[in-house]
Design a protein around this ligand. Structure first.
Ligand code: 5AD
Ligand code: SF4
Length: 451
């Protein structure tokens, strides 16, 4: 008689790297005969893929583990595991002290997840939190549901050591996957009908495989399928090369949107953050990119209330936002992380001031996004249709090359995955609305993207 297949449910927290890692872990588990549970209540094993970038991310996960403890009390056979960035920190607290968790596996030991689950079924704890200088999981095919858009991690770790950031400690040293394995993965996705891939890394511009740098990887990725959009994130302002800008400009299917975190507008704060560039360098880069391809759009990350940040420093951040006019921004309050250099600095900006500055940053960004979107009204945009609109089945939702959400009326001639030419007739700070001019699906796809 066949043994019952054990089913694993994975919950993912944090960044897109973690989403990609979850797919990798699912690939590993599938390869070892595990099933994947769609719902928590059909699972024999629950794994949380965790994030430690800011304290509130960690607090959410602690809260979730509290729920799982209750569940485990009523179902003692349930195996609970913690994966990812919090693994090292949680190890002592949860496995040794509080005993909720059966396995703890850090980002470089995912190959051992099946082994640790087996141990847990036998009542033993499994811990694998060593970091590796070489692990890239090159040979593993991540498990993905069919869809339009896929995230591919092209490198792991980070060597930048920004003073506020735990990533170099939780994910270890920077290393790149082989170009061939990435291209093979994109080919498989293209064959399955995917229409967009996002190449992921903490700092993709330092990608290196032999002689091939990130520009070479982008160019090769773009050539796999000209109807497939290629996106990438995140770029560090220190390493964004002219070659990369030209590569983006030369390929119609490499999206003209660059995520270029600025973090602060003050050179003094940037130095304390160890960001290794000045605002002048940063603004020059933006100007250069706009000269090469004027339609380029930028998004950014901003931290408010880094230690010693004054009102004048904060104003400089607002000034940079006004100068660059980002299409979008991820905006955060500074959160001290144990083990980082900044943790030793006095967290001297009060919570109240951090919140107020963050609000000012958010409000300014919303105003700028609104204004930029208004300038799109009357424009024609090529939209990749992604699905029904969240609010109503009478509308479809898609995205432009610059990653803006566009809502169009539903039409049975339009299928998910089609490219349609849309005229924009209305916009909010977050969304564009328009009508379809032309459905450029199937044979027209190539023309649509290049034309
Ligand atoms: N506090 C606040 N924001 C942080 N980030 C990274 N570490 C911290 C921290 N300690 C932000 C940065 C980074 C993004 C991924 O998260 O803006 O670019
Ligand atoms: Fe963290 Fe800086 Fe590396 Fe980004 S570049 S992951 S902020 S250390």
């Amino acid at each position: 008689m066949r043994m019952k297949e054990n089913k694993v449910y994975i919950e993912t927290y944090g960044c897109q790297m973690n989403v990609a890692d979850t797919e990798l872990i699912m690939g590993i588990l599938k390869g070892h005969g595990y099933g994947l549970a769609k719902e928590l209540d059909e699972a024999d094993v629950v794994l949380l893929n965790t994030c430690s970038i800011r304290d509130n991310a960690e607090q959410r996960i602690y809260g979730r583990l509290g729920n799982l403890k209750t569940l485990k009390n009523s179902n003692p056979n349930l195996v609970v595991g913690v994966l990812g960035c919090m693994a090292e920190r949680l190890r002592k607290d949860l496995v040794e002290d509080k005993k909720i968790v059966d396995l703890v596996v850090g980002p470089d030991e995912y190959r051992r997840v099946p082994e640790f689950i087996d141990l847990a079924f036998n009542g033993e704890k499994g811990i694998g939190v060593r970091l590796s200088k070489t692990e890239t999981y090159d040979d593993i095919i991540p498990y993905r549901e069919d869809g339009l858009s896929a995230w591919i991690s092209v490198m792991r770790g980070c060597d930048k050591f920004c003073t506020f950031c735990v990533v170099p400690f939780t994910r270890g040293r920077e290393r790149s996957r082989s170009l061939k394995s990435i291209i093979d993965e994109i080919k498989l996705l293209s064959d399955r009908g995917f229409k967009e891939v996002s190449l992921l890394g903490q700092n993709v511009n330092s990608y290196l495989d032999g002689e091939s740098d990130f520009s070479d990887l982008l160019a090769s990725s773009a050539k796999v399928d000209s109807t497939m959009r290629i996106r990438f994130t995140t770029s560090h302002p220190q390493d964004l090369s002219d070659k990369l800008l030209h590569t983006i400009a030369e390929h119609a299917n490499i999206c003209n949107s660059i995520h270029l975190p600025v973090q602060s507008g003050s050179n003094r704060i940037l130095e304390l953050m160890n960001r290794t560039y000045t605002i002048e360098h940063y603004l020059n880069l933006i100007d250069k990119a706009r000269r090469i391809f004027p339609e380029v759009s930028f998004s950014t990350d901003i931290i408010s209330g880094f230690p010693t940040e004054t009102e004048a420093d904060h104003q400089m951040t607002l000034d940079v936002m006004k100068k660059v006019r980002y299409d979008g921004a991820y905006m955060f309050k500074y959160s001290p992380r144990e083990g980082t250099k900044a943790f030793k600095m006095d967290d001297d900006v009060t919570e109240e001031v951090k919140s107020r500055r963050l609000q000012e940053i958010i409000q300014l960004q919303q105003k700028i996004s609104y204004q930029i979107n208004q300038t799109r009204v009357g424009n024609e945009e090529m939209v990749l249709v992604e699905g029904l609109s969240k609010k109503s089945d009478e509308f479809l939702s898609g995205r432009t090359d610059s990653n803006k959400v566009v809502i169009i009326p539903n039409d049975r001639n339009i299928k998910i995955g089609d490219y349609v030419k849309v005229i924009i007739n209305r916009a909010t700070h977050a969304t564009l609305f328009g009508n379809v001019l032309q459905n450029t699906a199937s044979a027209q796809n190539r023309l649509a993207l290049t034309g």
